[in-house]
Design a protein around this ligand. Structure first.
Ligand SMILES: Cc1cc2nc3c(=O)[nH]c(=O)nc-3n(C[C@H](O)[C@H](O)[C@H](O)COP(=O)(O)OP(=O)(O)OC[C@H]3O[C@@H](n4cnc5c(N)ncnc54)[C@H](O)[C@@H]3O)c2cc1C
Ligand code: SF4
Length: 526
């Protein structure tokens, strides 16, 4: 990356954050000599969480590519690398000297997706002495405050209702006013378990040499987690590559996406998932174009790509993704403090190494450390499930999820982690805690066969830890789930679990509780 010259005079400075790489943004339609675009690599961002090395490389790699793209299109760009001597490593301080050096009288920024950046830029804008313009990112299909407005006065939000509104608004998978196929949701058909020998198509990799960035990070002592082959960085870093990944997904993965959405297969870390979350979250591609491409692929070949496959995919994007963003803006900053069950155990150390005898957890954590990625069901029903059963402090769980994934940005990380996965919000996002015993994990995949533990055993020395912990969690959480602070109807949704618990004889219940206590006391050795 060539070093920038001293910035010359400009009337307007426009800030583009690392997750605002939207080439179609209205700002960029035509170059203006009086406007300077500013992008910066700062310690403020590398250090607010302990990020995976691939996440930092992915962000900086994509930002540099985006800056090149802007320059090629005639825009004036000031790109501050992390090692630039002028870089104060702090966004407002950098902006201050840039505004002074250029003599700009106008400062513009796009609405940040993170609460902490929103606050920081609002404060800066109020004190910078310039005329300030705040623009939309022109990426999402909803406004920040829409969930709050749609569900005003309600204690909980209903994703399904929101999703229908989104289908109607976008016209995706609609036959006039009716949903295509006569059904809004084909979730029940999204629960297939592939045979053990099933092999999904390989993930599509790109090949970037990002060693210079890696060396810069090392030289500056930026602490990261996980591993990378920086000479062959494999994630998309520009729009063309993101579109290529989308095309690959529609051609090869979408035909089975829905069916195997919840499946777990050893050795196949991406299965039929799109791996588009990074490209989407840094806005290299838009949610609408992704969904339209999937819909077009279905229409072009409905025998190969059936409606449940494409509906399952589109629901994740116009449903869950937009919904999570709305929940975030409706609930922050309070959301980051919620701990419905009062959990306070530390996260087991092996979450940072993958060194556990539990095959399903070992694979999910190892994939996370190696690929900066795990698919949704690994995040929810393996690592998240276990952390909830083990009563881990949601702050620790959040810290792990916010660092480890290439797609982890707080608005979508915290709502999934604290909300969907840990039920720490008491059911604002989820209708009941997403927990399971080993039986579910065995049903959805093939890890148990090769595990040190016995999935069918509940209390013996080699019993699958998920089993006793599952009952221990329900027994200790009953008061919470019954309390008026829980989402209305939660107890009804878990009533079956408690009926089964009550049908067990007292000695079985006690044995499960004792085993649960033993597991909780020996977390680090599992
Ligand atoms: C505990 C936990 C933490 C998570 N943290 C993140 C995170 O930091 N960043 C992130 O982008 N997603 C997060 N998710 C949601 C989801 O797991 C990822 O979006 C998905 O695994 C990314 O892989 P993919 O692109 O292959 O997704 P696919 O399975 O191919 O799905 C397609 C797209 O749908 C969207 N999507 C799917 N599920 C969700 C969801 N629950 N919420 C929001 N969007 C969704 C994503 O944009 C994704 O790219 C988390 C889920 C859980 C349970
Ligand atoms: S036996 Fe239990 S710990 Fe082992 S893979 Fe199966 S569910 Fe995971």
């Amino acid at each position: 990356m060539p070093k920038e010259q001293e910035p010359k005079a400009a009337q307007r400075v426009r800030l583009i954050l690392g997750d605002q790489l939207n080439a179609a943004h209205g700002w960029l339609h035509k170059p203006e000599a009086s406007t300077l675009y500013v992008l910066m690599e700062v310690r403020q961002e590398t250090d607010y969480a302990w990020h995976h090395i691939q996440k930092v490389l992915g962000f900086f790699g994509a930002m540099r590519r985006f800056a090149e793209h802007l320059r090629k299109n005639g825009h004036r760009v000031l790109y501050l690398t992390l090692d630039d001597p002028r870089n104060t490593q702090h966004i407002p301080d950098n902006l201050l000297w840039i505004l002074r050096a250029t003599g700009a009288t106008n400062f513009s920024y796009q609405l940040p997706d993170e609460y902490r950046l929103d606050l920081q830029l609002k404060e800066f804008a109020a004190s910078c002495g310039c005329a300030v313009e705040v623009a939309d990112t022109e990426h999402f299909l909803t406004q920040r405050n829409e969930i709050a407005e749609l569900f005003a006065g309600k204690k909980q939000y209903l994703m399904e209702r929101f999703y229908r509104v989104m289908r109607e608004r976008t016209g995706l998978l609609m036959n006039g006013e009716k949903p295509a196929g006569g059904q809004w949701n084909f979730d029940k058909e999204n629960r297939g378990r592939p045979p053990k020998t099933h092999v999904a198509p390989p993930p599509l990799f790109f090949d970037h040499d990002l060693r210079k960035i890696q060396l810069m990070l090392i030289a500056h002592g930026v602490k990261t987690i996980g591993t990378v082959d920086a000479a062959h960085f494999s994630w998309p870093v520009d729009r063309m590559e993101s579109l290529e990944l989308l095309t690959y997904f529609c051609a090869h993965l979408l035909p089975h996406f829905g069916t195997y959405q919840d499946a777990l297969l050893p050795g196949q870390w991406a299965l039929y998932h799109s791996r588009l979350s990074f490209a989407l979250n840094v806005k290299l591609i838009s949610p609408l174009e992704v969904c339209q491409a999937a819909e077009a692929a279905w229409k072009a070949d409905p025998d190969r790509i059936t409606l449940p496959q494409v509906e399952g995919f589109i629901r994740q994007i116009i449903g869950w993704r937009e919904y999570m963003r709305g929940v975030y803006w409706a609930q922050m900053p309070r959301y980051a403090t919620l701990n419905f069950f009062g959990h306070d155990s530390p996260l087991p150390q092996w979450y940072w190494t993958g060194k556990t005898k539990m095959a399903c957890l070992r694979e999910a954590i190892t994939s996370s450390l190696t690929n900066a990625y795990a698919h949704h069901i690994q995040r929810l029903m393996i690592t998240g499930n276990f952390a909830l059963l083990a009563g881990v402090d949601p702050n620790e769980v959040d810290r792990w999820y916010l660092g480890i994934y290439i797609d982890a940005i707080e608005w979508v990380e915290i709502t999934n982690t604290r909300g969907m996965s840990q039920f720490a919000d008491g059911g604002i996002v989820g209708t009941k805690p997403y927990v399971s015993s080993g039986a579910y994990i065995n049903k959805m995949g093939h890890h148990c066969g090769s595990c040190y533990y016995d999935v069918k055993d509940r209390t013996g020395p080699k019993a699958c830890p998920f089993n006793a912990l599952y009952w221990h969690f329900h027994a200790r959480s009953r008061d919470h789930l019954e309390s008026p602070d829980a989402r209305p109807g939660t107890m009804m949704r878990v009533a079956m679990v408690y009926r089964t618990w009550e049908k067990m004889d007292a000695s079985t219940r006690q044995a499960l509780l004792d085993k649960g206590d033993e597991l909780l006391a020996n977390m680090e050795t599992l």
